[in-house]
Write a protein that binds this ligand. Structure first.
Ligand SMILES: Nc1nc2c(c(=O)[nH]1)N[C@H]1C(S)=C(S)[C@@H](COP(=O)(O)OP(=O)(O)OC[C@H]3O[C@@H](n4cnc5c(=O)[nH]c(N)nc54)[C@H](O)[C@@H]3O)O[C@H]1N2
Ligand SMILES: Nc1nc2c(c(=O)[nH]1)N[C@H]1C(S)=C(S)[C@@H](COP(=O)(O)OP(=O)(O)OC[C@H]3O[C@@H](n4cnc5c(=O)[nH]c(N)nc54)[C@H](O)[C@@H]3O)O[C@H]1N2
Ligand code: SF4
Ligand SMILES: [Mo]
Length: 758
């Protein structure tokens, strides 16, 4: 590999953009370690050459200044010293052992496990969790998708996704795919729908977003008003007899009970509450009901706003009532090479022993983590292991999370950069970047064909860094976890090919519980050693391929793979390992969307009693979250052209909107007394900050927005560390969240504004 990368060549290297969940395939040219050119990969199985503007500057991730190159230990005076890997691993193992001996492994918390481009990290992290006895964990999904997962678990037992490329009616609910993507070739698909008179795009968003500009129907809902709007749409469908009753009788349970809850709702009153007039609601409901296919994408605009779990439920009731499940262009369950989430919601989820928060899909609600640590509860967390995440920056109330980390006995962060979170850790371990190791994500949710793409490294690890699988393996070796595993004989089996290895590994896992427990690391240490240069971290995917072959044998065969049992899995694995453009790993029929359901009767369970009870409250006294003190609603974390979570820290990557402006409506700007480019102070119950104002007529009056991912510290060449823009979670509080699953209301933060004198 180093031969290829030591001098500029004409060669294009195949990889992917890692800035959002789309993970578009790209090809890049290198000059030494610099990524000098980027273009879409036309052969990529999902993105087919598509990229957005953000991919073109991935060098700002790969070669940012301040990449970590040595393990760091914080000294008692607060400074960090470089230590070698052996010292770091040995001291970390000792530190964790002390916490385990004194308090138990369940007092260690694991946060993270993968970002927008790297989920193999999480598979290896899971092995370490089990080795240390960690039971409590969380990640970003528990501040966006757990409400949705709770609802989907009850209704479908699994995750569903829309087929926007073919949908007759596409609905974007608190979602701006023009910027945030979320499905393959988003902008191309949006333009295609917009250009087709027979198809309708409905955008529900208080802001006239880039997506809303393309929409046939833009519903500028009052911020936080989505539950009223959706209940009204459902009410119209029920009252006007537009529900597909025969289909519902065949395919769902609880439909009568559900329809009853929406019968005779006061549509005019709900219209008033959501700010959309009744006629528009009625015509939109009729358009949805008349469609042969409807696909819906909900995202942060509703998941991080009041009634979030209820909205996740209502939008699904809407499309189920019109029979949109299991039809081309509609919604369906899908396969997964490895699941991101489990969806077995029962209504009896476990709760966190300290905070009492409901644990969905194994994840502690993000807003409760710091409070739990800072409590004096005997079961509280005493140590933190953070990997590939920046929770000080990304979770509500950054300062509280800082204090929580500092109050732990032991904290470890694995990252590529000295992040806001790393700055609070006892040990910081430098990871090889996502272009320096084998990586992949489990984001692909396509149906009927689903794909997966394993990337190979295009560069050697930066000296001093290690890929996470190697870090985890070293830690487990130091802890002695692997002492009783016969790695030698598994290695010997791996040398003889996948068939022999499959048999040996299965036998070892049956006879030795440690092999099953830390299987990912065992695979890395055995099969991984036989893989091509730099690919050891892919070893865990052998198991994923086996699992996929076991779960969907027909669909894997239909995708072109052959064999029975482990041989089918081996055939898929070989293809994953060698195919740089990604592979279609399952090919389903539309009818399979029913067999993919995980409800006991493989029907959709339409009635969730807890949610139906909440429908009745929508016509009770209406809560307001703003006040004279805080009259504005702040969206603390909008996605824009130049935001990418906190993956790129160098502000120089932004061609525009360098500081991440606070957007506000012209009338609000006039009232506050600010013009474009002026400084403006924003104050919330959580804090205060000064931003640059952007007077923007796409905003609704009373609604203001700051971008996400700003407020990062970075030292430009030859300069001191600077913080650019406002870190949104300096303005949020942990109590401001959904009552069911605890997801934050970052899109609905009460705020006030003041002009700042120049
Ligand atoms: N460019 C870019 N793309 C990204 C990311 C990034 O950082 N930058 N991050 C990725 C990640 S991690 C995620 S989770 C996704 C998120 O993707 P999105 O959810 O699409 O992103 P947001 O811009 O946060 O929010 C979407 C919209 O919600 C609207 N909104 C605010 N309040 C309300 C409300 O009360 N009701 C309704 N209906 N809408 C409301 C906002 O006006 C905004 O247009 O984006 C992914 N893609
Ligand atoms: N107020 C507010 N808060 C929000 C949001 C919002 O809209 N408003 N959005 C939320 C959402 S939807 C999300 S998804 C989260 C995202 O927040 P987080 O889950 O905390 O993740 P990222 O900001 O994506 O940061 C990922 C980290 O991984 C590091 N990294 C990159 N590559 C590698 C690697 O190969 N290995 C390792 N070990 N580390 C690596 C980066 O340096 C970075 O520190 O933020 C959430 N927080
Ligand atoms: S940011 Fe997302 S949509 Fe844009 S190129 Fe990267 S992966 Fe694709
Ligand atoms: Mo996210």
């Amino acid at each position: 590999m180093s031969d290829e990368t030591s001098s500029p060549t004409d060669e294009w290297h195949t990889t992917a953009c890692i800035l959002c969940s789309a993970n578009c395939g790209v090809e890049v040219r290198l000059d030494g370690r610099e990524i000098t050119r980027v273009r879409g990969n036309k052969s990529h199985v999902g993105s087919k050459g598509y990229t957005c503007e953000k991919a073109l500057r991935i060098n700002h991730y790969q070669n940012a200044r301040g990449r970590l190159t040595s393990p760091l230990r914080r000294e008692s005076d607060g400074t960090y010293v470089e230590v070698d890997w052996d010292t770091a691993i040995s001291e970390i193992a000792t530190g964790f052992r002390e916490v385990i001996d004194e308090h138990g492994g369940d007092k260690i918390f694991y946060y993270g496990g993968g970002g927008q481009g790297n989920h193999l990290v999480g598979a290896y992290g899971a092995a370490t969790r089990r080795a240390l006895g960690i039971t409590r964990r969380s990640n970003a999904l528990a501040q966006e998708k757990t409400g949705e997962a709770w609802v989907e678990g009850r209704m479908f037992g699994t995750h569903t996704h829309g087929h926007f490329a073919d949908a007759e009616v596409a609905i974007f609910l608190g979602k701006n795919p023009w910027h945030s993507h979320g499905f393959d070739e988003a902008r191309r698909v949006l333009k295609e729908i917009a250009a087709d008179d027979t198809r309708t795009m409905i955008v529900i968003d208080p802001r006239r977003t880039e997506t809303a500009d393309l929409a046939d129907v833009w519903l500028p809902v009052r911020p936080g008003g989505d539950a009223f709007l959706l209940a009204a749409l459902i009410g119209v469908i029920v009252d006007e007899g537009l529900a597909r009753t025969a289909w519902l009788a065949d395919n769902t349970t609880g439909h009568d009970q559900t329809a009853a809850a929406f019968t005779g709702l006061p549509i005019a009153e709900l219209a008033e509450r959501c700010g959309i007039d009744e006629d528009t609601i009625r015509s939109t409901a009729r358009r949805i009901a008349a469609a042969t296919s409807v696909a819906v994408y909900e995202d942060l605009g509703v998941e991080m706003a009041p009634n979030s779990t209820l909205v996740s439920y209502l939008q699904r009731v809407l499309w189920v009532l019109v029979g949109a499940y299991g039809v081309p262009g509609g919604m369906s369950a899908h396969s997964a090479i490895a699941p991101l989430f489990s969806y077995g919601a029962s209504g009896n989820e476990p709760t966190d022993p300290v905070t009492g928060g409901v644990i969905v899909s194994g994840l502690v609600p993000c807003n409760e983590i710091a409070d739990g640590i800072l409590s004096d509860h005997p079961e509280r967390v005493r140590a933190m292991f953070v990997e590939s995440a920046n929770p000080v920056h990304s979770l509500a109330d950054s300062d509280k999370f800082r204090r929580a980390m500092r109050s732990c006995d032991m904290t470890v962060v694995i990252d590529v950069a000295m992040t806001e979170t790393a700055l609070e850790a006892d040990y910081v371990l430098p990871a090889a970047s996502q272009y320096e190791k084998a990586e992949a994500t489990f984001f692909s949710m396509a149906f009927p064909d689903n794909w997966f793409c394993l990337r190979a490294p295009i560069l050697d690890p930066l000296p001093g860094t290690l890929p996470e699988p190697e870090i985890h393996a070293r830690l487990l070796r130091e802890l002695g976890t692997l002492d009783d595993v016969d790695l030698e004989s598994l290695r010997a089996a791996a040398e003889q090919g996948e068939s022999v290895f499959a048999e040996a590994f299965m036998a070892a896992a049956m006879s030795n519980p440690v092999v099953a427990e830390v299987g990912a690391i065992v695979l890395h240490e055995t099969l991984g050693r036989t893989l091509p240069d730099g690919m050891a971290g892919a070893a865990v995917l052998w198991f994923s391929a086996q699992q996929a072959a076991l779960r969907y044998p027909e669909a894997v065969r239909a995708a072109g793979f052959a064999g029975d049992g482990a041989e089918l899995g081996n055939d898929l694995w070989r293809s994953i390992l060698h195919e740089r453009d990604g592979v279609v790993f399952t090919r389903h029929d539309h009818a399979d969307s029913w067999s993919l359901l995980k409800t006991p009767d493989q029907k959709i369970d339409l009635a969730i009693p807890e949610m139906l009870a909440e429908v009745a409250t929508l016509t009770a006294e209406m809560p307001t979250y703003t006040s004279d003190e805080f009259p504005f609603v702040l969206s603390a974390g909008e996605r824009r052209s130049f935001t990418a979570n906190t993956i790129r820290r160098d502000p120089a990557w932004r061609n525009r909107d360098a500081e991440g402006a606070l957007r506000l409506h012209p009338a609000d700007a006039a009232n506050v007394g600010v013009g474009d480019g002026d400084r403006i102070r924003v104050t919330t119950p959580g804090g205060t900050a000064v931003a640059v104002a952007e007077v923007n007529d796409t905003m609704m009056q009373g609604h203001i927005a700051l971008p996400n991912g700003l407020g990062l510290a970075y030292a430009p060449a030859g300069g001191d560390t600077e913080v650019t823009g406002v870190a949104p979670n300096e303005l949020t509080t942990t109590d401001w969240c959904d009552p069911v699953v605890g997801t934050p209301w970052h899109n609905h933060v009460p705020a006030r504004l003041e002009a700042v004198a120049r």
